[in-house]
Design a protein around this ligand. Sequence first.
Ligand code: PLP
Length: 443
Amino acid sequence: AQAAERTSQEIVQENRDYTLFSWSVQGAANPMLMKRAEGVYFWDGDDNRWLDFSAQLINMNVGHQHPKVLEAIKKQVDELCFAGPGFATEPRGVLGKKLAEVTGLAKAFFTLGGSEANENAMKIARLFTGRNKIITRYRSYHGATMGSMTASGDPRRWPVEPGIPGVVRAFDPYCYRCPFGQKVETCHRECVSHIEEIIQMEGPNEIAAILVEGITGSNGILVPPDDYYPKLRALCDKYGILLIDDEVMSGFGRTGKYLATQHYGIKPDIVTAAKGLTSGYMPLGTVIVSDPIAQYFETHMLYGGLTYSGHPVSCAAANANLAVYEEEQIFENVDTQGVYLADRLNAIKDKFDCVGDVRSIGLFSVIELVKDKASKEPLAPFNGTSAEMAKLAMYLKSQHLYAFTRFNMLWVCPPLVITQQQLAEGLDIIERGLALVDEALQH
Ligand code: PLP
């Protein structure tokens, strides 16, 4: 049958029969058909309109089907659809210059996504420092390829272990459940100082880099104390260790700045980005390096390459997407809506017994659910789920609110073009879902 003649059901069935779905037991995969989309909404196979509170995979920052990005892609396709990675093209140079401007770093290497960006960042750090080990954090996700999966602390790394050698992990600035049993008002930032002990134990001259997410995303929006990054930066400087800042999820507007670390006044040595770089319209990732690293590769070989590195259409999509950020004052909207979102989340925390903590920065936020506020017992165990979490997820689905839930958490990360009215529409649904959880917990 021609594509146009297929029913929604047939399309889903063909997907199920002939393609594999990510992070799923295939027999339980239940893909929804997306027929069309616009702004913060998309429509399923039965023409139901869904509010996208997850911006797909927290990447569609300018929302679905933005006309200016579509136009730029079409124009680039007509002009020059592909050039090998050894060629110079206009969109590639324009994008490289823009990335240097907005990050304060020097040069960009292009990949196809975030996993490959982290893979290459680790390689570049090893080449530049001549050292081998990489320190990462437990509550982190850096990608699904062998190296970036090992670099992740997330349980998704378990099946690939032992993975790549040389990855050493540290604890996180998770103040709600401080791994050191401290309170943020009185602690000594053990989340940084214990890393110095790890450095001593592992050998300061063996460690190439500390790789951290700007703000931890898929492990729970862990917003660090204000002096965390300055202290981490100082630690890196003390031992000649590079700071690699994975801004794949937290970067490019999600928190209202190009880089989440720009909130804390520090500069990383290497930044990786993807997702919000093109808002997902074309696949693109990047590794942006500091001037000393760029200088090093002036006289040393960059051992690395990809057929699609610097793809002209991906670069053109990124340039158009970044222009939209400026022309439409997207970051200003993140600031404005971020205040409204934080206020609503704080009220939600006060109102519902099942809400233990809420964390947000810009339009990057999470609600952490508990069985009991005092004991902080999670509503679902780490790396697991529960009847209550499943019920909440089902309710949101029934209301056609598309939001990401995992373990005992619910994320609110909509496209950055969202209005206050649209935010309220989704948050009202979430409140009704949380009321159901509270009710279930009382019985
Ligand atoms: N790094 C972070 C912080 C991410 O959130 C992700 C994806 O969710 C990645 C890396 C991997 O990016 P990709 O899926 O584009 O390979």
